[in-house]
Design a protein around this ligand. Sequence first.
Ligand code: MG
Ligand code: FE
Length: 170
Amino acid sequence: MAQAMKDNLLDWLRDAHAMEEQAEKMLEAQASRLENYPMLRRRVQEHLEETRGQARQLRGCIERLGSSPSAMKDMGGKVMAMMQGLGGSMAADEVVKGSMASYAFEHFEVSAYLALIAAAEACGDITTKQVCEQILAQERAMADWLAEHLPETVQEFLRRDAADLGTAKR
Ligand code: MG
Ligand code: FE
């Protein structure tokens, strides 16, 4: 494949790898803080495992293209800035803000993999394309789950908050 194309593909794979490392940190924090929303906690833990696998798979693609994890760049800051407007683990409605932020983040991931799939295809890198298609499906499934369960999370939060149980927050 043309070197310039390959360089762009590698660049975006490194971005995606940094994004997944950031996702891992966020999901870890979320899973450890959730106390009263067991279904959400379970799904977050499940996606945490998927996310670790995604980072491994991306590392494999980067290495196959002749680069190394040491060349990875840090996109964590950018992602964090995006999340700050939505998240806020100190908020009294943490579980609701967190679910909204997660939903937005999963779509950010979806857009990254759509771009990577197109780039891998242009480069004729079928393996990377297939890896990214698999990851894309996991991100979409997580986004769908969050959308599907947001109403009950919100209603459970409202119920707990109204009952003043002190257990609504997370
Ligand atoms: Mg991911
Ligand atoms: Fe994800």
